[in-house]
Design a protein around this ligand. Sequence first.
Ligand SMILES: Nc1ncnc2c1ncn2[C@@H]1O[C@H](COP(=O)(O)OP(=O)(O)OP(=O)(O)O)[C@@H](O)[C@H]1O
Length: 368
Amino acid sequence: MSSPVLELNNLKCSYGQQLIVNDLNIRLREGDIGCLLGPSGCGKTTTLRAIAGFEPITGGEILLDGKALSTPTLRIAPEQRQIGMVFQDYALFPHLTVAENVGFGIHKSPERKRLVEELLALVKLDKLGSRYPHELSGGQQQRVALARAMAPNPRLLLLDEPFSNLDGELRRRLSAEVRDILKSRGISAMLVTHDQAEAFAVCDHVGVLKDGQLQQWDTPYNLYHEPATPFVASFIGQGYFIRGQLLSSDTVQTELGVIHGNRAYQLPVGGAVDVLLRPDDLVGDAHSELRARVIDRTFQGATILYRMQLQTGTQLEALFPSHADHQPGDEVGLRVAAEHLVVFPAQGSVNLHAQLPLEQVLDTGRSA
Ligand SMILES: Nc1ncnc2c1ncn2[C@@H]1O[C@H](COP(=O)(O)OP(=O)(O)OP(=O)(O)O)[C@@H](O)[C@H]1O
């Protein structure tokens, strides 16, 4: 396994007496794109600014290639860190052309002209080198910012909400393109976002933060299918919890029937658990004894998200292919097809027949 390019060891950051980032441990491998993801105010930007050298740290250490950049008694200046930064608002120099912006950090290099041309071609702006930033679209400006940050060949690139000023399709396309560009050059990067789809599309590893603490640092696949905490389960993807009882380490009895998973839990057999259900864990089955009534539906194109109710009153969400066209009031046969059984020890005193909505988990998490 390759050695980490960036290490955050027990990192702590504070503003005055207020601890903002608490004991963060992250290792980013060479060539990987990492992400800090979490709700507003959880400490993502503070962490990124500490890595860049703009904020002091109050505990732990930040290492680049094994060398200390920050400790509570040391702060290497940002320009000496070999770290490039791309900001949300592009932060281009308005009085410099596109080519001059890109070449700004390498003005002493004899290779400057060639490098600028190469980078402009890489970000597909080779014909726009003589324009000024205000003559470009938002997406084009962010490409210039990316090329400028890459020009000095940094060991690590930091991207702070780089696509948040762009919308919809452009945002999706540019984020995929940026991933391709970084990967084609083997550049290690750390991105901050509160957009889960963006984190999943761009990054190899994602760290979910809550109140300055890392809940899980993992691949997007594992965050979705094997969330380590109820907070990650509820923050990542759609879903909700239903109450169940553990029959064995990998089997749980619920009012939807017995659900058998592919992973063993070290929890007391017979104990109450909360079972995570994603809308795509429920499939239609006309022959199933489990029946639910459609309450409402949201047409999403290829799929329809149904809200349904069991006879017991429990409400469920199910995502069906669009051709399964049910109307409110219809009775539908259901089956659970959850390969990835995700359970947590039961929280609070939830009515056995009531689902625990995700918002409640998030609220409980916040106030904890
Ligand atoms: N300069 C500052 N002085 C005091 N408190 C600050 C300062 N900057 C940020 N904070 C506080 O630190 C906490 C974390 O802020 P931070 O900007 O790191 O969060 P974030 O996760 O990036 O949020 P967002 O997604 O909204 O940008 C917040 O409670 C914020 O109010």
